[in-house]
Design a protein around this ligand. Structure first.
Ligand SMILES: C[S@@+](CC[C@H](N)C(=O)[O-])C[C@H]1O[C@@H](n2cnc3c(N)ncnc32)[C@H](O)[C@@H]1O
Length: 399
């Protein structure tokens, strides 16, 4: 057992202290706190620790609402007031940008209206009949009754899943703002829907091992005056309120009559938002169902100037011969691939709007892009409240 003082938070919101000069990461510990802890893992470079007793508590500490807090690894900032959690994220992003010598303007933060019960997607594990989350960095299942980040209808759907009596597998629950739910199940268990009686829970589809066995393998969502069809395996922003704020900002930053590229387009949401003001939009996406949804979404929204292309950004972008005034990029966490980054640098597009869910890869890419582009706007959207994840939007202008 060791008594240590927490010096600061790391990028995942863990407290940092030192045991015999070795950096020690401790969950649920805040700067200024003095804690008695035990070491749960020891490596050459660092320790992981667990608090046994708080000798001195931070004035910023609040009681976490979620009973699984600090166990499941989801809402890692729930022991902070919302404003303090936002401040943590802002400082984290600043530190990451500064480490890469990025020149950035004042960072604007867009708050989540409801920082609890906002997620429209819940990924659950099933082990030996129990439903829950894996404990952080382990395969130990913590059975849960509800998740404080998920929309209430998804928490109600957990009771529906219980009636499926699955023993092992994975379940993804997704919903729209009308509380209509799509369930995807991956399991080796024998499973069939015998009686589709889900009570008042509105299940619109069930997909078992990529096959639709009930209803539809997709659902619809209406955000920002647009209607989107979203297949079970297509990406969609997980926080509808913040997604709407993000779409509004993107629309504001599209100049009229531009040629626009929407790279990593999913079901085409950003392209559709941009299309209203643009001459033409080309979108590129690797998931087939998402591209099919994008084509359907153009019809649903009476959009005739958006052209969805199926393919890997890396190999598809070089084949596109058009030149673009504005390029929207919203890559997965790993950021831009090297080919696409080079093409962006050579594109001479007047504007790049980079949306990122990983500040580390964003900073890595901005470091390259700032040789040709200047960052005019930097915004954080609190898409993932009470977690350490951040969504950034940068507007870059050709120098
Ligand atoms: C963060 S999501 C953004 C989707 C969309 N912009 C939106 O707001 O809904 C990233 C998207 O990139 C797609 N993707 C991942 N790797 C890709 C690649 N190599 N080429 C093209 N698309 C890719 C994913 O399938 C996903 O739809």
């Amino acid at each position: 057992m060791y008594e240590i003082e927490i010096k600061r938070l790391d990028d995942q919101g863990r407290g940092i202290g030192f045991i015999e000069n070795k950096i020690t990461f401790i969950k649920n510990a805040l700067p200024g706190e003095i804690v008695v802890c035990k070491i749960t893992k020891e490596t050459k470079k660092y320790n992981l620790g667990e608090v046994l007793e708080y000798k001195k508590k931070s004035k910023k500490r609040i009681e976490a609402k979620c009973p699984y807090f600090s166990v499941c690894g989801g809402c890692t900032l729930e022991h902070l007031e919302y404003q303090d959690a936002l401040e943590f994220k802002k400082e984290k992003v600043k530190r990451i940008l500064e480490n890469e010598h990025i020149h950035y303007p004042e960072i604007q933060v867009i708050e989540n209206k409801n920082p609890y019960f906002y997620r429209n997607k819940l990924s659950l594990k099933i082990m030996n009949g129990a439903i829950g989350f894996f404990e952080e960095n382990s395969h130990t299942l913590i059975p849960i009754e509800q998740c404080f980040l998920a929309r209430p209808c998804l928490n109600e759907a957990i009771n529906v899943i219980k009636t499926f009596s699955l023993t092992n597998g994975e379940i993804i629950l997704r919903c729209n703002t009308n509380d209509e739910i799509l369930i995807s199940i991956k399991t080796k268990d024998l499973f069939a829907i015998k009686e589709a009686d889900f009570g008042h829970v509105k299940i619109v589809g069930i997909v078992l091992n990529d096959k639709c066995i009930y209803g539809m393998p997709y659902f619809y969502e209406r955000i920002h005056h647009l209607l989107f069809k979203i297949s079970y395996d297509a990406f969609f922003q997980i926080n509808p309120y913040i997604a709407n704020c993000l779409f509004e900002e993107i629309e504001k930053n599209i100049d009229p009559s531009n040629m626009v590229l929407d790279l990593y387009s999913g079901v085409g949401v950003l392209g559709l938002v941009a299309s209203k003001k643009s001459k033409k939009v080309i979108s590129i996406e690797i998931i087939k169902n998402a591209v099919i949804d994008n084509i359907e979404n153009c019809k649903l929204n009476k959009c005739s100037n958006l052209y969805p292309v199926l393919g890997d950004a890396k190999t598809t972008l070089p084949k596109i011969k058009e030149s673009f005034d504005t390029i929207l990029v919203d890559p997965p966490r790993k950021g831009l691939d090297k080919n696409s980054l080079q093409l962006l640098l050579q594109s001479k597009a007047k504007k790049i709007i980079y949306i990122s869910c990983d500040p580390f890869t964003l900073a890595r890419d901005l470091k390259e892009l700032q040789s040709v582009y200047e960052i005019k706007k930097f915004m954080l959207f609190d898409m993932f409240s009470y977690t350490y994840h951040v969504e950034s939007l940068c507007v870059l202008k050709l120098k």
